[in-house]
Design a protein around this ligand. Structure first.
Ligand code: SF4
Ligand code: SF4
Length: 389
């Protein structure tokens, strides 16, 4: 990770938390709603915030398989935690979206409403793994022959303030997936928070013309070599302190050749098929559409809502579900994420955010499952046996 590899349209600058508040105020004046992390019901969620004081100031999160809690930090860091259960897809690709409404007009139906106009949103605190997830959603939802119009328009209306991760969480493995802990691109501005004996400072890099224009309204100090080195040091340390890791070597081939591995039975016995992992995942995008009418059949509406490959209905075709067991649904999800996604969309479908590990009620851990498949890989056993001859 060198300075040279970073994309910056201006010299890095340093701002204070007071200047960050000014920055937010400038975005609000330009018509943006500010969306950022905030504490609600003992969890860090994403919601509209008025300024930096609404951020989880002085809080950090402790995460492990099926475990999450907040703790007080010894300082007043604004970004001393990682990702919560919600991801930015909540705004870019809403859980429920009305596609249209229709009202009866004599013998025909008249289309009454089109999709809502996406609001101007400024996302605050987008982590590098989440930038990678947004990049994946861009490819999936707008990169092909057909484009998701609501998503495309919301992306155009979104300003992104990313934050580099200096405190990785217990279930994070972005370093293994090549998506963090430093943001490379996909942001308008990116902050690295440094809280030490020299004070509480935010190092700012700019990644777009919109970011440059927004930053030009602040009188920011040019970043010294000292703070840039300190930020580099914090990010290098973070890369070495990930709570989890995943060996991605040969992963696609490993999973394809192990479709019939007996190990899937073991995880299938633990999986509740609750779908939590897909709902928290920042790249899962499956949906269902539902049509409803009023009792008099005068009005009809169609709504799109998130769905999951863990539900029985999702794979229901004539005669029944093609994935009737928990084993078949877990195998489908993991193999799609880490193998078939490469064939479909040209990258892994996992960015290493760790949410599916933290929020799985029975603590199923994608990194452990891959390790187990590796250990039970008959091809690997053959290699080991041959090398022992
Ligand atoms: S599969 Fe799990 S770790 Fe990977 S991006 Fe989805 S939620 Fe995050
Ligand atoms: S792996 Fe965990 S979170 Fe996902 S469906 Fe199974 S029990 Fe639910």
């Amino acid at each position: 990770m060198t300075n040279k590899a970073r994309r910056s349209l201006h010299e890095p600058a340093v701002i204070s938390t007071a200047q960050l508040a000014q920055f937010f105020a400038g975005l609000s004046e330009s018509g943006y709603r500010i969306i950022g992390p905030t504490v609600r019901d003992d969890v860090i969620i994403l919601d509209e915030i008025a300024g930096p004081t609404d951020l989880p100031v002085g809080w950090t999160d402790r995460q492990d398989a099926a475990a999450y809690h907040l703790e007080r930090m010894p300082n007043s860091a604004l970004f001393g935690y990682v990702v919560g259960p919600q991801s930015w897809k909540k705004y870019l690709y809403p859980p429920r979206l009305e596609l249209w409404q229709a009202a009866r007009n004599k013998r025909a139906f008249e289309l009454k409403q089109k999709q809502p106009e996406p609001p101007k949103l400024a996302f605050v605190g987008v982590r590098p793994c989440e930038l990678a997830a947004i990049e994946i959603l861009d490819r999936v939802l707008t990169g092909g022959e057909f484009s998701d119009e609501y998503y495309r328009r919301q992306r155009e209306n979104t300003f992104i303030i990313a934050v580099n991760c200096t405190e990785p969480g217990g279930t994070c493995f972005c370093a293994s997936m090549g998506t963090g802990p430093r943001a490379r691109h996909g942001y308008d501005i990116v902050l690295t928070e440094v809280v030490d004996d020299s004070g509480h400072r935010l190092l700012v890099d700019t990644g777009s013309e919109a970011g440059l224009s927004a930053m030009s309204k602040l009188t920011a100090e040019r970043a010294s070599n000292e703070i840039q080195s300190r930020a580099d040091e914090l990010l290098s340390r973070a890369a070495g302190r990930m709570g989890r890791s995943l060996d991605t070597a040969d992963l696609r081939e490993l999973l394809y050749r192990n479709i019939e591995n007996v190990y899937w039975d073991r995880v299938g016995k633990r999986c509740l098929t609750c779908a939590n992992c897909t709902l928290v995942c920042p790249t899962c995008f499956c949906f269902a559409t539902e049509d409803t009418t009023d009792l008099e059949a005068h009005r009809a509406r169609r709504e799109r809502r998130w769905d999951s490959c863990f539900t029985m209905d999702f794979s229901y075709i004539h005669g029944g579900s093609v994935r009737p067991s928990a084993k078949s649904r877990y195998r489908q999800w993991l193999t799609h994420k880490l193998a078939a996604w490469h064939d479909q969309f040209g990258s892994s479908g996992c960015v290493g955010c760790g949410r599916c590990i933290t929020w799985c009620p029975v603590g199923i851990d994608i990194t452990e499952e891959v390790c187990a498949i590796r250990e039970h890989d008959p091809a690997q056993a053959t290699v080991t046996e041959e090398s022992n001859i």
